[in-house]
Every structure is written in structure tokens, then in C-alpha cells.
Design a protein around this ligand. Sequence first.
Ligand code: GDP
Length: 548
Amino acid sequence: MAILQSTMDKISSKKLTTLIILFFIAFPLALTANLMFRTSTFALFELFSQNKVAMKNASLPTSTNDPTSSSIRDKKTKPIGGLLASGFDESSCISRLQSHLYRKPSPHKPSPYLIYKLRNYEELHTRCGPNTRDYRRSMIKIVNSENNGNAAMCKYLVCVPVNGLGNQMISIAATFLYAVLTDRVLLVRFGEDKYRLFCEPFLNSTWILPKSFPFWNYKLVETYESMLKKEKGKNSKEDLPSTLFLNLQHTKNEPDKFFHCDHSQDLLRNVPLLILKSDQYFVPSLFMNPSFNSEITKMFLERDTVFYHLGGYLFQPSNEAWGLISKFYQEHLSKADERIGLQIRVFAPDSTPQQAVMDLVLRCTIKNKLLPELDTQNSMPYRMKNKSIKVVLVTSLKAEYGENLRNMYENKATVTGEVIRVYQASHEEHQKHHDKMHNMKAWMEMYLLSLCDVLVTTSVSTFGYVAQSLGGLRPWLLYKLTNNDTHFPACERDFSLEPCYHIPPNHYCNGNLIKDFVSTFLYLRGCKDFSNGVKLVNDTTTILDHGP
Ligand code: GDP
């Protein structure tokens, strides 16, 4: 302290003034330079974080029981082509580091623009997410303001996902894209039964809507429909509420919401807190909006990889889920030469005979050479040596489908000489609600399906959509059985990786009926499995089979 005192005494007051002036000139200059560097050189930033992840990968455990252990050391690359941010605590989310080792190298790379948008979004989330000063300030403004809520510092998009887990995941992904496109912070109103399924996607923050959120009971919030009515009465933008509830859930015979239109988006833009309830993958309706369309087009150079990238980014299995997934994979799937995922979802079990479903599955898989016929001429049990092994992963609420297929192939010769092994991870009998372990099993099975080489899924099932899109696969879509009709192909190959949007808008923004999506929206096609639905397609030469 004495030395410090004597040094201070030596500095004359003139020198001090010069130092202070210098500091005030140099500091803003340094700050501006730093900001310019950060916004204009995301490629460099990416390279830097790539190195960091490579260093982290080097410290991964390499157990000899782990089928991926030898490849871990060889693949010290950044997981998912730089899609995921670096800086996370490794042990908090093991799948973030390991999951790409369970997949073949991806032909679908994220665009630099998508990575840039995600890094920007992460900054916004860190600044405005729960437990931050800006969150508290913004919420106070939103709660207190009737008309001038749009002056709040941060804007929010609260996602209320409903229905089964597949429905919820596709609607969360669509809502996240909407948040990125509109510079809003995404918060998900997860039920407690969903808390432990996924890792936190955003560094040093959470995407879980806090229980203290002032509009947890969103049923009291003004609706989008009533706002549109007011707007028809030519109310000014100042009359807009600070919070609005927008219902994009699947409902029959509802009038069009014109959500895809500029006039709706212009109004919504001025509402700081949007609460969006959905069970749908409404990405195609964002694509139908001209300004969103140009952004989406830059973000996703391959149009049908929206869920593939955003789902891969958002839905990393939690450590608990990853433990189940990796254990099942290593025990049953890792040693196969080929993995066939077979998702059997029976929507009306009481009126759909099991045998009819089984016949459909066999007609599809055998006709398309996904599974071999039995060799009835040769009753000799196959010899294991040098035979190629196909593993079928059956997912279904019923045990019988897996059992039937297993009994059919067990110890039997096949015409191709292949050995067929059949596994089913669970049979929950029926869909359960608010059940943590039930959801965990559903998530584990969707993820395992996505790790397969070939996928057979059930038409219209969002459970299958998640598996398909996460895995970057074009599945064989099993025909949806409705009666005893047999004049249909048992399954058809999908033309896109994307989930189907089941309830696209019926009208153009001028009120005219949309008769043909393709002529206006080059990258939209009618879904193969649901005639009213549309989905994004990468190849514009894809023929429109069905569709509105
Ligand atoms: P969708 O109804 O087929 O569109 O799919 P959802 O995932 O939205 O809802 C179905 C729900 O039923 C799942 O989330 C699971 O809770 C349950 N379920 C349906 N099929 C299976 C299955 O094969 N395995 C497991 N574990 N659960 C299933």
C-alpha cells in the first residue's frame, strides 16, 4: 500500500487528465472494432469454435465396448457441420458431442447463413432469456403497458406445443424458425413430463418458460382473431395489445387465419409477446410469406432440410435419454450391416385388424426388397458365418408386431441368405399423457428410428415425421388402412425429408382460393400421405401426386 501511495503521488494531475482523455478516445474505438469484427466475420468465428470442439472431442472417453470408440479419435470435427454452438459444459449434454458418431457423414451441410442466424439468435437469447435483467424489464413493460408494449426491449414468442410428442416437436421446430425470422426469444411452455427429454439448446440460458411467467394462464390473453376483427374496424397500431394468443392448432373447418400474409405479419410484428399454440409443422406457411421466404431460402439451400437442421440443433437427447439410446444402439443395432426402422402406428386399433396391418407391412417391405422372403425350399437353418445381418427396429404401441416379425424370421433361411434380427424397445399399449417415462421411451424410439439406414413409417404420423427428418431420410410411407380395400400400393417412397403440414392455408392473401400450390410456390408439394397437406421439397421436378 505504501508503494502504491508513493507512486500515485508521483503522477501529476496533468498526467492524470491526459490519461483519462486517452481512455475515453481509445475505449469506444476498441468497442466499435470488436462489434464490426463479430458481425462481419462469422466464418472466422466458426473456425475458432471448430478448434475448440476439436480439442474437446480429443478428451472423450474411448471405452472398448463402445462401437464408436475407434471412430471418435478419427472424427475430431465439429459436430453437425458447425450447427451447434461451442462453449457448453460437455458433461451436461453428452449427446451433443457424441450423437453425430452414430450417424453416417451427412450429405446435408448447414449453410453459413443459417449458422450466422443461429449465432445471432443465441446472442439474443442470452441477453433476453429468463433470469436476465432485460427479461425482467421487458416483462414489467409488457405487463404494465396497454398500448405501448412494443417499446419493450425484447420481444418474445412463447410456444405452447400440444398433443403427442411428435406433434409437439414439429411445432416447436416451426415456432423456433418463426422466432428466428422475427427476432423473438423462443420460450417453450413444456409440461413437466417433458423437462428431462432434451438438453438446453442455448448456452448459459434456458428455453423452458419460467413458472413465474406472468401469462402462464394464457386463456385470458387477447386472441389473434379478435385483433384481426379490430383491425378491420381500422384501429391504429397503438391499439394493439402487448400480448396476443395465436392458435395454430389443427382444428376442423376453421376459417383461414391468413397467418402467411404480410398484413397479418405487419400487425404481429408490433406485439411484443406472442403466445403461439400449435401441434403443426407450419413452416410451409412461413415459406408462403414473401419476406420470410427469401430468408428461409438463404438459410436452407436445400429446401427440405429445415427440420433436419433445426431439429438436429434443438433436440439433443438429455443425458438420461442418451443413456437409453446409446445402450440400445450398442446392444442391438451397432453390429448390423443394415438397420431398418419400422414404425407401426395404428390410429384406430379397435377397427383395424392386426393381421391386416401385418400383411400391409410385409407387402411393403418384401415387395420393395427391404426384407427378404423366406427360403421355403431350404429348411436348413442358416449358418452365421459371413452372412450379412439386417436388424429391424420395430416401434409400436403393441408388442405383437415385433413378435410376429421375430417369429417369422427366427432360425429361418431367407432367399437372399441374409440373417434378419428383430428388436422392439417398448410396447406401451396406448398413448399416455403426463407420463415422464412414457415420453422418454417415445423420444428414445423416434431417435433410434432416425439412426436407421432405411425407414418405413406410418402415413400421417408425426412420430414418424420426427424420425424421418432428424435422420435425413425419405421413408417408405405405409398406406393408411381405412377399410378392407386392397387396391393400393402397400407403401410409397416419400420425396422429401420434411414433415407434412396438415392444414395449410386455403386462400391467397387477396382472399382468392388456392387451387394449385405449385404454380405459386415452386418448392411446395402436396404430401403423399395426406392429401390436404403440403411440404417443402428440394427438387422442383418432383411431381405433384396429390394435393389441394
Ligand atoms: P402421432 O399421433 O403418430 O402423430 O404421433 P405423436 O408422437 O404426436 O403422438 C403419439 C404418441 O403415442 C407418442 O408421442 C407416444 O407417446 C405414443 N406412441 C405412439 N407410437 C409409439 C411407439 O411406437 N412407441 C412409443 N414408445 N410410444 C408411441
